[in-house]
Design a binder for this molecule. Structure first.
Ligand SMILES: COc1ccc2c(ccc[n+]2C(=O)c2ccc(S(N)(=O)=O)cc2)c1
Ligand SMILES: [Zn+2]
Length: 265
């Protein structure tokens, strides 16, 4: 199997060859979040705020896997997610980013066709299911809500001091396949907006192969600000073929019969 990626030869338009669900799936991600008109997100007053319990991580690996950079704490981490549209408690697995070559592209989800320069994904798995007891088992479980991914748009503005420990580390994982153990503690909670009340939520999939249709997506309305320098740091990370990763986002997929709910008017 030719390793998948984001170039013309191995990018999203070719993924169906090894991953037929790319074209046959009816709940693929990402999507364009439309806020007005027929198929727009519907306000649901029952949607509660999302609750995260993210004690500062003390042990984690920061990895460049050739298609993104990923922060993964050791298995013992106790970070949890609940609330919002969820009926179960989810365990934190990892976070990673998607970005573009310039500030007008890079996010995976879009809002009325608008792309942000990047998108942060916080990946969790349902830790209360009787059918699986690890992240990898969850991905392979066919459970429609085995995973929950929180998506946050990044926009260019002031430097983000909470994300600085991460963006400062990007030069240390410039080469694909390289990883470093994260020095000291990382406070993920400090990166997020205070209130996790305003979000879109829908049933979708992983946005990279295996494109498993097992994700409850929660995409927050309020973007996180990062500086131009912090954005540039992402664009210097290599893809393993001697080129920088200058666009690791999948284009939007058809909604089919899905509806998108919004927790805000
Ligand atoms: C063969 O089994 C797997 C399982 C999962 C894999 C994966 C390869 C890459 C990413 N993953 C992921 O876990 C993964 C992929 C995409 C996302 S995303 N961008 O948040 O939808 C999150 C997590 C392979
Ligand atoms: Zn992602």
């Amino acid at each position: 199997m030719a390793p998948w990626g984001y170039s013309k030869e191995n990018g999203p338009a070719t993924w169906h060859k090894d991953c037929p669900i790319a074209n046959t799936g009816v709940r693929q991600s990402p999507i364009d979040l439309i806020t007005t008109g027929q198929t727009c997100a519907k306000y649901d007053s029952n949607l509660k705020p999302v609750i995260v319990s993210y004690p500062a991580f003390s042990e984690a690996t920061f990895l460049n896997n050739g298609h993104s950079v990923q922060f993964q704490p050791s298995a013992g981490n106790l970070s949890e997610l609940s609330g919002g549209p969820l009926t179960k408690k989810y365990k934190f697995e990892q976070f990673h980013f998607h970005w573009g070559n310039n500030d007008s592209e890079g996010s995976e989800h879009r809002v009325n066709g608008k792309m942000y320069p990047a998108e942060l994904h916080l990946v969790h798995w349902n830790s209360e299911s009787p059918n699986f007891s690890s992240f990898q088992e969850a991905v392979g479980s066919n459970d429609p809500h085995a995973l929950c991914v929180l998506g946050f748009f990044l926009k260019v503005g002031a430097e983000n001091a909470s994300l600085k420990p991460i963006t400062d580390l990007l030069s240390k994982v410039k080469n694909a396949g390289s990883s470093v153990s994260f020095p000291g503690k990382f406070d993920l909670k400090a990166v997020l907006p205070e209130t996790l009340t305003d979000y879109y939520t829908y049933d979708g999939s992983l946005t990279t192969p295996p494109l498993a249709e097992c994700v409850k997506w929660i995409v927050f309305k309020e973007p996180i600000e990062v500086s131009t320098a912090q954005m540039e740091a992402f664009r210097a990370v290599d893809d393993g073929h001697g080129k920088p990763i200058t666009g690791n986002y999948r284009p939007p997929c058809p909604l089919h019969t899905r509806t998108v709910a919004a927790s805000f008017k």
